[in-house]
Design a protein around this ligand. Structure first.
Ligand code: GAL
Length: 815
């Protein structure tokens, strides 16, 4: 039974109550990530409580078994799933009953299991959940017995491909155990809709759902305490006594004068709402904290996107949920590093293509400052990959969509919902159903759909690739003048780190996708944004397809510079999300490529030059970047196009200390080009800001590969916090100058209290298994991920390779 009680009180700054001193929060949430038994394959009786799993492998979650497997052309996931294995996997874990649970409720919380998970407790089946990207919670209370209890999870990813990209397989997100009183806040039981009533006055409408598992009605008092970013209480409100039988929704509203406003530029302006369910006699029955932010999002055709009254352009990136060598079981440090790289580039927005991400992603976006387009689905009832969610959509979409909205509603970072992407065969009626369903749960955010503009329900038209044709955005606006437009996938370019071509290449003409083979380029020619060749003759003949050029001249329909020219001055165009930030596994052009190089950062998260082009366009922090590198043996006296990106008004180029001239960026130009006869030495670009700050970027010509360099983003690793160190490994000459094209096999050994959890070089053709300790550098670089293990010793990493002086690094292992 759910009823609603409305309690409205308006409290302001200064009207502060004293904090009551209740002990305990009434809830205990502990991680269940550690020490699961795992078996890859069907194990018919493994659901039974006393099944003997002692021979199974022991591991910690999150875990993705696909990334541990071998690339094989015949794996059923095929091109979509990067040729990695899928299958069935079983996980088992024993938990010991605690006597204090006698009076409690005990729940198990899964953040995401890919896919078709069935959970058992002591041999009893709880439920099956098909969608692999959504969290769920099961009540264990009535199934627990004194002594040992066994959780078993069957993950059935035997039918593949189940997505158009690499999905991973297994319990690839966190699992927690939640213990509460019999009266407690429900899952997602604090739903906050916050905003600005007017400048200087924020509101938060809070719906708290309290459930009572006792047979009789219970009286409670609900308290809301708002704390500012320093942890000071700024507001407190209490309801009167409320009787709860079954489930009760309780609405409260708070108002705050002179709030500090959240935005991607001021993400530190977050508040914490502490919701307490109190026993009228005193004592806390339950308590939970919700991070919220006050901000005003306005969207119109006249002014585009305004955040807190300020015109804002979406400088966005599409991301898939995998992260290179760790697959989809992404440690927090790996995700944080990726988001940091995007922030440093000037990116302010992320689209979660094409599914809900892990909960920690949204927390980081709140903290680091990103606007999020949060996407629920790829397709709907018509499957796009043979075994994808389309097969389950009719039965599950409402449950999954409700879980998704309720899970994410409180995040200030999420400013748009997206209900789908290039949805096949959708009807206007169905689009309205999804939009209406969301609006019932949250009417505070505009809704869009990737390429869904033929439907009338969405408030913002999302344009994918078709928005990259010449004049397409303006053309759409002409036909639909009252609909704001956003680029949901603009633009697509290809690039490979360290690869250059001076002649422009177009996908349809020069490296057609499998579905474009045999199609002529001629009808496309006037529709794509042509880019002049950098040099009439190909200077770099050494790089072969499918490696792509990093000069912003390997395009599908529109390069990065044309994207920006098309974006910045159209008031009805809110900006765009590029396809994609990082290379993601799957969706290649065919064996043996495991990815198509869509990312401006590779699978390691190493930037290509196009990363710096975005930085020059988007970021205010003074920068200059020059390309290509300056080690080109055999090209002496050949003219090499040298390109400079900068966000200052120009740059000066030097070769071996001699100026090759200063150039100023002409109106509308986004790069400076010099033709430089190659001669070994030092190539340096120097730029100066209006306030005379100087920025430089230089390359030196490298000699023979002789040494190995290691740099790390962490010097110490905590086992408890599951820290991960990113070791960036490069091949250098005797003077320590990095050798850009060195492809050398290296051996990585981690000793003491650490383990190697992934090796990656970013080469889309390298099919070395991710668990291997040997891997070749690709264009001079390799990434090694190291994590602390349950052994109290410092960590030593040794890296060696034939003909190279070995390198060693010590990391402190913390508890
Ligand atoms: C789009 C699609 C994306 C990705 C991209 C590759 O059509 O929405 O998910 O497949 O193409 O070009």
């Amino acid at each position: 039974m759910t009823t609603t009680t409305i309690v409205k009180t308006f409290l302001f700054w200064g009207l502060l109550f004293s904090l009551s001193a209740f002990a305990g929060t009434g809830r205990e949430q502990v991680t269940l990530d550690r020490s699961w038994r795992f078996y890859l394959g069907e194990a018919e009786h493994a659901y039974k409580k006393d099944y003997d799993d002692s021979h199974w492998r022991m591991l910690d979650l999150p875990h993705d078994w696909s990334i541990e497997g071998e690339y094989d052309k015949n794996n059923p996931a095929g091109i979509s799933g990067a040729f990695l294995p899928t299958g069935i996997g079983w996980y088992r874990k024993k938990i010991e009953y605690r006597p204090d649970w006698n009076t409690k409720r005990v729940y198990i919380l899964f953040d995401g299991v890919y896919m078709n998970s069935t959970v058992y407790i002591n041999g009893k089946k709880l439920r099956t959940r098909p969608y692999g990207y959504i969290g769920f919670q099961y009540d264990l209370t009535d199934h627990l017995v004194p002594g040992t209890n066994t959780i078993a999870v069957k993950v059935d990813h035997s039918k593949a491909p189940s997505g158009r990209w690499y999905t991973g397989s297994g319990i690839y997100r966190h699992v927690n155990l939640l213990v509460t009183n019999q009266v407690h806040l429900s899952r997602h039981g604090v739903q906050v809709k916050s905003g600005l009533e007017r400048l200087g006055l924020a509101f938060a409408r809070i719906t708290s759902t309290v459930e009572n598992h006792t047979p009789s009605s219970q009286s409670i008092v609900l308290e809301q305490v708002l704390k500012d970013r320093e942890g000071h209480m700024v507001l407190k409100q209490r309801s009167g006594e409320i009787k709860v039988l079954g489930k009760e929704d309780i609405d409260q509203e708070i108002k705050l004068k002179n709030p500090l406003l959240w935005s991607a530029e001021s993400p530190e302006n977050r508040y914490v709402l502490q919701t307490k369910v109190l026993n009228p006699e005193g004592g806390v029955l339950d308590e939970r904290s919700t991070v919220i932010g006050f901000r005003k999002i306005e969207v119109s055709v006249e002014e585009g996107l305004r955040v807190n009254g300020k015109k804002t352009i979406i400088k966005g990136m599409c991301m898939h949920h995998d992260a290179g060598p760790v697959g989809t079981a992404v440690p927090e440090d790996v995700l944080r590093r990726r988001l940091k790289l995007l922030r440093e580039m000037g990116c302010n927005a992320i689209r979660t293509t094409h599914n809900p991400f892990a909960p920690e992603f949204y927390r980081m976006c709140d903290e680091m400052g990103f606007y999020v387009m949060d996407e629920a689905f790829d397709g709907w009832e018509v499957a796009k990959a043979e075994h994808d969610y389309g097969n389950y959509f009719e039965e599950w979409w409402k449950k999954d969509l409700e879980e998704f909205i309720k899970r994410d509603i409180n995040h200030p970072s999420i400013i748009f919902w997206s209900i789908g992407n290039e949805v096949r065969g959708f009807t206007d009626k169905r689009q309205h159903e999804l939009v209406d369903f969301i609006k019932e749960l949250d009417d505070s955010r505009p809704i869009t759909q990737g390429e869904g503009s033929k439907g009338t329900a969405i408030e913002i038209a999302g344009m994918n690739g078709h928005g990259e044709f010449k004049g397409a955005i303006a053309g759409f606006h002409k036909k639909h003048p009252s609909k704001p437009v956003i680029g949901t996938e603009i633009t697509h370019t290809y690039q490979t780190r360290g690869v250059y071509r001076t002649k422009t290449s177009y996908r349809r003409r020069d490296f057609p996708a499998p579905w474009e083979k045999g199609q002529s380029f001629a009808p496309m020619k006037d529709k794509v944004y042509l880019i002049p060749d950098l040099f009439e003759k190909e200077v770099f003949t050494e790089y072969e397809l499918p490696y792509q050029s990093s000069y912003d001249n390997s395009i599908v329909r529109m390069g990065i510079r044309d994207y920006w020219k098309e974006t910045k001055d159209k008031p009805y165009f809110l900006g765009a999300f590029r396809w994609t930030a990082f290379d993601y596994l799957g969706e290649s052009f065919g064996w043996p490529a495991r990815t198509a190089p869509f990312g401006i950062l590779d699978l390691c998260g190493f930037p290509t030059d196009n990363y710096y082009l975005y930085q020059a366009i988007w970021s205010d922090k003074p920068m200059v970047h020059v390309l290509p590198h300056w080690t080109h043996p055999g090209k002496e006296n050949v003219n090499i196009p040298v390109v400079v990106y900068t966000n200052t008004d120009g740059a000066e180029l030097f070769l071996n200390g001699k100026s090759l001239g200063k150039k100023k960026l002409k109106e509308g130009e986004l790069q400076l080009v010099w033709q430089v006869p190659y001669c070994p030495g030092e190539l340096k670009a120097v730029a100066q800001t209006a306030s005379r700050q100087t920025v430089t970027k230089a390359y030196k010509t490298a000699g023979n590969p002789e040494t190995i360099k290691i740099s790390t983003d962490r010097k110490s690793l905590s086992y408890q916090d599951r820290d991960v160190a990113h070791l960036e490994v490069s091949i250098a000459d005797s003077k320590g100058i990095e050798v850009p094209r060195a492809n050398r096999e290296l051996h990585v050994e981690v000793k003491g209290g650490g383990e190697l959890i992934g090796l990656e070089n970013g080469d889309i053709l390298d099919l070395t298994p991710h668990m291997a300790q040997n891997r070749r550098t690709f264009n001079g670089k390799l990434l090694a991920l190291v994590r602390a293990v349950d052994t109290n010793e410092d960590i030593e990493v040794l890296i060696s390779g034939k003909g190279l002086a070995p390198a060693r690094i010590l990391l402190e292992r913390l508890p």
